[in-house]
Structure formats: structure tokens, C-alpha cells
Design a protein around this ligand. Sequence first.
Ligand code: NAD
Ligand code: DAU
Length: 358
Amino acid sequence: MKTYLVTGGAGFIGSNFVHYVLSHHDDVKVVNVDSLTYAGNLENLAAVSEDERYVFVHADICDRSRMRSLVDEFDPDYVVNFAAESHVDRSIENPSVFADTNVLGTISLLDAVRDAWMGADGPGERKYLQVSTDEVYGTLSLDEPDTFFREDTPLSPHSPYSASKASADLFVQAYADTYGLPINITRCSNNYGPYQFPEKLIPLMIHNAQSHEALPVYGDGLNVRDWLYVEDHCKAIDLVLRKGRVGEVYNVGGHNERSNMYIVERIIAELAERLDDPAICTSLIRHVEDRKGHDRRYGIAPDKIKEELGWEPETAFEDGIARTISWYLDNQEWVEHVTSGTYQQYFEHMYGNRKVLS
Ligand code: NAD
Ligand code: DAU
């Protein structure tokens, strides 16, 4: 029996991870700690809300005493920190909330597990896993397509978001080096799939194209991202928790580099065909002012996780994007709710008069 304390489990990757763990292991308990920012949505977890192995706790990771008491109460084997402000464009508008959640929130969690685990009995098999990002490495050049981010690539973040994630990684490493805290860090490339908030490239383009709205492509649209289907990321995190060497960093990615223009044109073609709608076409594309400090290319070398843990992505991009488009077409109500704020009422409805968990 393993207990996972997952933070940020109501967000995109976190909710996929909760589903992954509950559907791949019988002997688990999953405690989901989430403050439900605009990006957190309990509708993502409606299918497991009655599962006895699942508990939701409404709390902010920056609340230090609450984090400590949750670690005492649930005594997790694994703490997996997904909770973050995750959108680069928002970090350019308002950097300080990124420092609060991504840096101070991480320190709050690290203190909670250090104080609970590093006493006379030691941590045993327990682990803290920081869900980080390839963006901490900075950018690669389009002119050197055979160069990739490796685990020993120096950290060189450019956006306030990636600076906050790199800073958190350094604290995680410092707690391992200073206090002997058993940790792993995973650094993954761009995820796509169900439950992604439609402020990110793929769901935004699906949403806008369907309603014949403009498709805003930053700059020349030739920036490259390394896209991974979210379930493959969840599998990698679970594998690192259970089998990864303590103290190690693992890069996660699928050698699936695509330009933003390729992604947008692929979505247009797929949607136009599925909906039999010729108005969904490339004339909807608008190149708009570039993102400030826009990283040109990300590309992950996932050799270490492949060699040590046997992890490889299982979902080809063509299948993954088709499944993702199907999910958004089949879940229009979800999109309406997250864009209208109805999910806040959903939270009140589900939890206002119901279980008080701690
Ligand atoms: P998301 O924005 O969809 O979800 C973030 C979740 O964290 C939300 O549920 C939100 O309510 C919660 N949260 C935010 N602040 C909180 C706080 N102070 N206390 C408790 N909960 C809080 O993010 P995502 O895209 O699912 O990313 C999850 C993690 O994975 C992040 O740490 C991100 O840096 C990392 N990551 C994301 C990607 C990607 O492509 N999306 C790739 C690599 C790594
Ligand atoms: O690489 C991992 C990172 O991927 C994660 O750490 C982040 O949390 C996640 O948000 C994502 O960051 P990106 O900035 O790469 O993702 P985003 O979807 O915002 O943008 C992808 C690319 O598309 C990027 O080059 C900017 C471009 N873009 C984005 C939007 C929202 C556009 O051209 N137009 C848009 O409207």
C-alpha cells in the first residue's frame, strides 16, 4: 500500500496523474492537495471523487503549518509537487505570484517533509518528487538540430516562469545535499492531452478554430517545442517515484519536435475534416507580436530515463493529437465551464456542505 500526496492534482497534468495512479495500482491512496486557482478544476476528477482511495484537500502549498499537518496526518510514501503557476505569458504579466507559489510553495513543502521525515528513524523508502520542466535549460538553436537538453545542461532560464521553476529545482537539490532529503526531479517537455486549460497553444487553437476565431501565432511561428502526450509523462513520473535512483534528475521527452505553425496547421486540417467545415482554414491564422524573451527551440534527450528505467513514450503524435481533438470535441461543456468560471460553482456544489477532510 502506497500513499501519494499529490499537489496541484486538480490541474492538467496533476489530474491526469491522479487518474493514472488510481487506474494502474489497486493498493494506493491518493491525497490531492490543491488551492484551486483558475487552473484547478475538480470536474477533472469527477470520475474518481467517490473512489475510497482518493481524498481531496483544499489547501495552498504556501500554507506552511497546513502542509506540515497534512504530511503528519496522511504520512505519504510519496510527495509529488505539481502545484505551480504554469503559464509563461501570465508570468510575463505578473512575475511575483510565480515566485510565491513556485519557489516559496516548494520550500514550504520541502520543510514539511524534511521535518516529518528526517528524524531519528529516517525517511525509509519515502520520496519527494519535484515536477519540473525543460524550460529551466533555456533555449536551443534551430541551426543545431542535433543538440538537446541533457540532465547536465546548465540551467539558463529566460522567463519569470522558468526562472521560478529553476529556482525551485535548486532548493530541492539543496535540501538533498544539506539534509539528505530523498528526492527526484523530473524535467519534461511540452505536454498535451485532456484537461489542459485553453490558454495553452493546443487547446487554445482547437477552441478558437471551432468557433472560427483568429488563431494567434506568436512571431514567425517557427519556434519549436518537443510535444509529449500527458499519459506518457504520468507514467514516467510514477516510474521515477518507484524505481528512480534517489537524488537523480530525469529528463522526460519523446523526440517529437514540431514548429508552432506545424501544430496549428495540423489542428486546422484535422478539425476541418472531422467537422466537415471549410471555414476552418489557414486564413484564420494571425501572426501576432512575439512573446517577450520567446525561447526558440526545446528538445529533450530522454536517454537516461530510457537506459535506467526503460521508459519510452508510447503515444505517437498523430494518435495523441487525434485523441486530444476528440476529447475536446466530446467535452465542450468542460471547455465552457473553465472559460466561464462555472467550475467555481461546481466546487461549492461538491464541497460547500459536504466532507470536511482535515
Ligand atoms: P496547471 O496550471 O494546469 O495546474 C496547476 C495546478 O496547481 C492547478 O490545479 C492549481 O489550482 C494548482 N495550484 C496553483 N497554485 C497552487 C498553490 N499555491 N497551492 C496549491 N495548489 C496550487 O499546470 P500543469 O500544466 O498541469 O503543470 C503541472 C506541473 O508540471 C507544473 O509544476 C509545471 O511547471 C510542470 N510542467 C508542465 C508542463 C506542461 O506542458 N504543461 C511540462 C513540464 C512540466
Ligand atoms: O516545455 C514545458 C513547458 O511547456 C511547461 O513548463 C509550461 O508549463 C507549459 O505552459 C509549456 O510552456 P510553453 O510556453 O512552451 O507553452 P505554450 O502552450 O504557452 O506555448 C507553446 C508555443 O506556442 C510557444 O512557442 C508559444 C506559442 N504560442 C502560444 C500561445 C498560447 C503561440 O504562438 N500563440 C499562443 O496563443
